[in-house]
Design a binder for this molecule. Structure first.
Ligand code: NOJ
Ligand code: CA
Length: 521
């Protein structure tokens, strides 16, 4: 039994992101499906995660692989049916796993019936559900906003009506106009649809983008060609979030919303928690973009604490997701670093988000030009999960993307059979968290440590205590004479990133790129 806490589940949970296309395929069409997720729940229970976040599985023409939603309240046939979804939720809940779904409120697919109706003409009843504007005096786009993925205008001209529509992503993803109360009501209905089906929460796509400048003023030219989706930070978003929060909090069972606030400064992210009346949690991406360097990581940790603590806002930590190169790839392919990073991620105060495959130490796939499918260049991190060492790796048909390098030796089956694998390290870390209220919820105190090392304690008022020490260097480091050594006196190595010395007394020395969780005794 782990510690009993009165805090909401999402503070102590470890969330595991599943990109359904790439997880597991049950019918041989090469695309992962909801039945595949359901078939592998046992693995997730074995691993010890508390919740899964499913990237979009809704009806979609797949221009952005599901982030272009054509029907928010139905499952795309490639992923299965609503019955498959219900069965997955039932089984997950029976296994003690919460289910979070992606909610994409800023834009829809251009195939969504709302947009089809909206583009019928200037007098369409749904015209003002989207952002339509007349051309600029020179006939060009109404403002200088840049779309994501390619440095192109965020506007597409509609010949028939002589107006442009806004799309901060692909032209196939027109932006909704959230200043229209009908849009807000319709998107609230989507939340209710999934809450009533039993989901435990939402990951809210591009949260910071839904409130827009009513004047649609130009972005500062010096920022261009940064896409508008990475710049938009408007007061109009906050009342919208408060009403979303009220809707969620009216449901029983601590339903949670975690926002993708893609603003690359934690000081800009923090306000999206509001006064504990907006997002429950927000992603904070600056650490994800931080290189494997002690000084820079320490600065990110300090900054996160400094920005969030005054708001009593609960942090999140993430190293990998479906939009960025996997962290092992970013850290030069070094498995030792990827392992130490796992200790870092799971030792910090806040809710950690894992991305399926990082527990296998996967690298990004090298995708040959003729197999590139994503307009945003993100195919590499979306390679299919290798389940078996055999040909096909447990995928009954050729998967939609090639496997990552080393799939042969990094399948789930292989790593499960090897107690020294990175998969087993993740499992031990998750077990250590479940067994320690200090690691789940305890206060965090940063310690003075030698150059190249970041160290901290986690402690509860009741006296549960852990020390986490991460060596970012490729040399042996001794803690001698530092606060970190004093704090780790009389401790035992509970988890070591390289598996060495677990259960033995900590000597004060760390191997290159080694990270440890220490417990008193
Ligand atoms: C963020 C999602 O994570 C990304 O995959 C998607 O392309 C954009 N939002 C647009 O929805
Ligand atoms: Ca399939």
């Amino acid at each position: 039994m782990g510690p009993v806490s009165t805090e909401p589940w999402w503070k102590s949970a470890v969330v595991y992101q599943i990109y359904p296309r790439s997880f597991a395929d049950t019918n041989g069409d090469g695309v992962g499906d909801l039945a595949g997720v359901r078939a592998h729940l046992e693995h997730l229970v074995w691993l010890g995660v508390d919740a899964i976040w499913l990237s979009p599985f809704y009806r979609s023409p797949m221009a952005d692989f599901g982030y272009d939603v054509a029907d928010h309240c139905d499952v795309d046939p490639v992923f299965g049916t609503l019955d498959d979804f219900d069965a997955l939720v039932a089984d997950a809940h029976a296994s003690g796993i919460k289910v979070i779904v992606d909610w994409v409120p800023n834009h829809t697919s251009d195939h969504h019936r709302w947009f089809v109706e909206s583009r019928q003409g200037r007098t369409s009843a749904k015209r003002d559900w989207y952002v339509w504007r007349d051309p600029a005096p020179d006939g060009g786009p109404p403002n200088n906003w840049v779309a994501a993925f390619a440095p192109e205008p965020a506007w597409t001209y509609d010949e028939a009506s002589g107006q442009y529509y806004l799309h901060c992503f692909l032209p196939e993803q027109p932006d909704l106009d959230w200043s229209n109360p009908e849009v807000e009501a319709a998107m609230h209905d989507v939340l209710r649809f999934w809450l009533d089906r039993g989901v435990d929460g939402f990951r809210m796509d591009v949260t910071h983008l839904i409130g827009k400048d009513p004047e649609l003023a130009d972005d500062p030219p010096e920022y261009l060609p940064i896409p508008h989706s990475a710049l938009n930070d408007r007061p109009e978003t906050h009342p919208l979030l408060r009403r979303i929060r009220t809707l969620l909090d009216a449901y029983p069972g601590d339903r949670m919303i975690v926002g993708e606030v893609y603003l690359l400064d934690t000081a800009l992210v923090a306000p999206y928690y509001g006064d504990d009346d907006e997002l429950h949690l927000s992603f904070n991406f600056p650490p994800l973009f931080t290189p494997w360097d002690a000084t820079q990581w320490r600065a990110q940790i300090d900054k996160t604490v400094a920005e969030l603590e005054p708001l009593s806002a609960w942090p999140t930590w993430v190293l990998s997701n479906h939009d960025n190169p996997r962290h092992r790839t970013r850290y030069d392919g070094d498995e030792g670093r990827a392992r130490a990073a796992a200790v870092l991620l799971l030792g910090l105060r806040g809710t950690p988000f894992l991305y399926a495959g990082e527990e296998l130490g996967l690298l990004d796939a090298e995708v040959p030009a003729d197999r590139v499918v994503d307009p945003g260049g993100r195919d590499g991190c979306r390679a299919p999960i290798p389940w078996e060492p055999t040909l096909g790796h447990g995928w009954p048909g050729e998967p939609w993307l090639p496997f990552a390098p080393e799939a042969q030796t990094r399948s789930v089956a292989d790593e499960k059979a090897d107690p020294h694998s990175i998969l087993h390290l993740y499992r031990r870390l998750l077990a250590a968290r479940r067994g320690s209220e200090a690691l789940q919820l305890g206060a965090q105190h940063m310690l003075a440590a030698p150059e190249g090392v970041v160290a901290w304690t986690r402690q509860t008022p009741a006296g549960d205590r852990r020390v986490v020490v991460v060596n970012f260097t490729d040399a042996v480091v001794r803690l001698e004479g530092t606060e970190a050594l004093a704090a780790s006196a009389h401790t035992t190595i509970e988890v070591a990133s390289d598996g060495l010395g677990e259960g033995a007394a900590f000597t004060g020395a760390l191997a290159p790129d080694q990270a440890v969780v220490l417990r008193p005794g």
